[in-house]
Design a protein around this ligand. Structure first.
Ligand code: HEM
Length: 268
């Protein structure tokens, strides 16, 4: 454990590395609202950093079969997601006219290229190697995303725990190539149905499943608010990252990290 005795010259600013942190907001234009645009994106990257830290802990606990301690990290992630969703309302105070005054300086940069956002999606189970191509100029980000793509997702680990507890999980799901996108199956849905049909017996899994649904739900709520805010600010224009904008973002609302936890609700 690290020595908790503080350095004699420790100050608030040194502890938080404030001089470097506050030197990192560098709008390119002279437009007033560009500062907000930079800070909203930077705070989102900071929150993503904390979320990744929590998901990594939760995943190692689930993998070790310690389901109950994992709930704490997962609950914290949901609360952070709620704050991220709320922050769209701050950004929406920027009108289309305000944004168009500096949009040109963004070039082809876009949140689409956020390696931390892709790492989060990947760790939760949405695997897509095409996003590696946006990190070719950033070796550490590239390596971290590659590592997440090659590793089991949180969902893969949850399914392995279901099997270890004696619930029938199809071998194809347990032995799948974890670097590939997850394919939902009726067999996995049946495994979760067993949990939801006898919640008293399977309480720790039932709790885990609902915590996972909290995360998926909050991610969808964030995505939805992004689409609405984007339409409010740029209408149906194309995105700076090259997609067709709102139409592309709307299509991401179909993504589910834990698909059988949604589909089982129809069958209960
Ligand atoms: C004026 C404000 C914004 C506009 C007009 C906008 C627009 C877009 C568009 C059109 C895309 C699709 C990719 C592209 O063609 O560029 C996108 C993707 C994305 N944006 Fe934004 N965005 C805005 C603000 C933000 C903010 C504040 C965040 C984070 C806090 C963010 C995070 C993302 C992420 C993570 C993606 C990838 C989504 C996915 O592929 O699932 N965006 N944005």
């Amino acid at each position: 454990m690290t020595d908790p005795t503080p350095a004699a010259d420790m100050t608030y600013a040194r502890y938080l590395d404030l001089d470097r942190l506050l030197a990192a907001q560098n709008p390119i234009s002279d437009e007033h609202d560009e500062m907000l645009f930079v800070i909203i994106h930077q705070t989102k990257e900071l929150w993503l950093k904390q979320i990744l830290h929590e998901v990594a802990l939760a995943q190692s606990l689930v993998r070790a079969g310690d389901l109950v301690p994992a709930y704490k990290s997962l609950a914290r992630v949901s609360r952070i997601q709620a704050v991220m969703t709320q922050s769209w309302d701050i950004l929406a105070t920027m009108t289309p006219a305000d944004y168009l005054r500096f949009r040109g300086v963004l070039g082809s940069s876009s949140g689409f290229q956020s390696d931390q956002f892709r790492r989060l999606e990947t760790m939760l189970g949405l695997k897509d190697a095409k996003f590696l191509s946006f990190q070719l100029d950033r070796p550490e980000a590239h390596a971290a995303l590659s590592e997440a793509l090659a590793a089991p997702s949180l969902y893969d680990d949850a399914l392995a725990q279901l099997a270890a507890a004696g619930i029938a999980v199809p071998a194809e799901a347990l032995n799948r190539d974890v670097s590939q996108p997850y394919e939902p199956s009726e067999g996995v849905e049946a495994a979760w149905l067993e949990v939801y049909r006898d919640t008293e017996r399977w309480w720790p899994f039932y709790q885990l499943a609902e915590k996972l649904v909290d995360l998926d739900d909050a991610l969808l709520t964030w995505r939805h608010k992004h689409v609405v805010t984007v339409e409010r600010i740029i209408g149906r224009r194309r995105g700076t990252g090259g997609t067709d904008g709102v139409a592309y973002l709307s299509s991401t609302l179909d993504r589910r990290c834990f698909p059988e936890l949604w589909s089982l609700r129809t069958r209960l």
